[in-house]
Design a protein around this ligand. Sequence first.
Ligand SMILES: Cc1cc2nc3c(=O)[nH]c(=O)nc-3n(C[C@H](O)[C@H](O)[C@H](O)COP(=O)(O)OP(=O)(O)OC[C@H]3O[C@@H](n4cnc5c(N)ncnc54)[C@H](O)[C@@H]3O)c2cc1C
Length: 461
Amino acid sequence: MSDTTGSAFDIVVLGGGSGGYAAALRGAQLGLSVALIEGDKVGGTCLHNGCIPTKALLHAAELADNARDGAHFGVQTQLTGIDMNGVNAYKDSVIGRLYKGLQGLIKSRQITVFEGYGKLVAQDTVEVNGERVTGRNVILGTGSYARSLPGLEIAGRVITSDQALKLDYVPKSAIILGGGVIGSEFASVWKSFGVDVTIIEALPHLVPNEDEALSKAFERQFRKRGINFNLGVRFSGVTQDDSGVHVSLEDGKTCDADLLLVAVGRGPRTADLGYEQQGITLDRGFVITNERLHTGVGNIYAVGDIVPGLQLAHRGFAQGIFVAEEIAGLNPQPIVESGIPRVTYSDPEVASVGLTEAKAKEVHGADAIETLEYNLGGNGKSQILATQGFIKLVRQKDGPVVGVHMIGARVGELIGEGQLIVNWEAYPEDVAALVHAHPTQNEALGEAHLALAGKPLHAHN
Ligand SMILES: Cc1cc2nc3c(=O)[nH]c(=O)nc-3n(C[C@H](O)[C@H](O)[C@H](O)COP(=O)(O)OP(=O)(O)OC[C@H]3O[C@@H](n4cnc5c(N)ncnc54)[C@H](O)[C@@H]3O)c2cc1C
């Protein structure tokens, strides 16, 4: 074994996904010497197997729906088919451009990249390809993998999002195990591509982490789109043969399809990486840190999906930046988890930030909370887009807005304003005083706050 790196780096980052590469880029920007160790491709899950490819598929799906629905707008279009090779070529070209850009950025910041799977062998050292890479600080960002259920083997027609993103054909039918963000996004894409889709969700609702009002509206719209779902029921087993998959549920029902997509969550990639041997505390595989993302061991920090909480790329970015700044002595503000926006990019989209009504009541007391729903029916741009949905605001009585929850086409693009409102602890009157452009969907946020401030314009008192 050799130590080819000579002196120690200021930071050694293990894993080049959203969390890891953000830490590396920010560290280098702050003048620190950085080693980035990546076993596969920098960019990680989000760029190669997550956010970007799914959103490309969802965009293609939207085009398919537009082609199908042209007549509604007086445009004579027709959907004649989905060419998955073409869809994949488009998707891969988006990934390719972003990947190239990221590699260029990493190079230009003079980050030393080690290609290979690393292992923590001392509190300040990662071993990769037989080399020992030492750092005054170590940042763990090894990410997550698609989980399955005990006894449910991923093989053949039983797939996870990893295989689903690479399908070179459109299945006739699919069963999706899990109605969370990933399951719902695939359900949406496949339905738009003409697949007969059935979701199985053990919890009482689809997108079960959202405010219940949003989950219910989401279910109504999915039902209207002809997406089938079974709620509050557990999967009990699957067999597969040449004709397809045969899934049985605990309530005795069975369903058959071409494919079973397992979307039951993502587990932390922390096994056999030397973390526990170096004294790091793991809880069900997740790395436990304090609010400054320090593991309590040496100068070791953790970022991204291996840290318990929302498994989102922008949380990883924020955590990576935070840790780099912490190491550089900038004493950054800890990240407030509830201030992180969450978007499900299906049709309809769901976007939220802050506390749900139920959570706000738990935190502040049921009597201290007021809510308001503003229907997109009163919003000109939403009518033009022929979308349905609403904005639900949650506020402390006589206090700031603590939650913004939205459903409808393109509401993901509105969450930027929502997050400013919640994180800057704005009062409805503060937002009501700001002029929103007409006709935009954004205007619906302005109108909702006007209504909450007691002076609705395009809504009833
Ligand atoms: C289908 C899907 C859709 C998603 N859509 C969205 C979305 O729209 N928006 C959003 O915010 N989030 C989305 N996510 C979640 C997002 O991808 C993750 O939250 C994010 O990638 C986490 O970043 P990370 O840095 O923690 O880990 P990862 O991105 O998983 O990166 C970890 C990296 O570490 C590398 N690695 C692991 N072990 C080692 C080792 N021992 N040595 C060297 N390298 C190693 C891996 O190869 C990988 O590149 C989606 C996820 C999936 C699966």
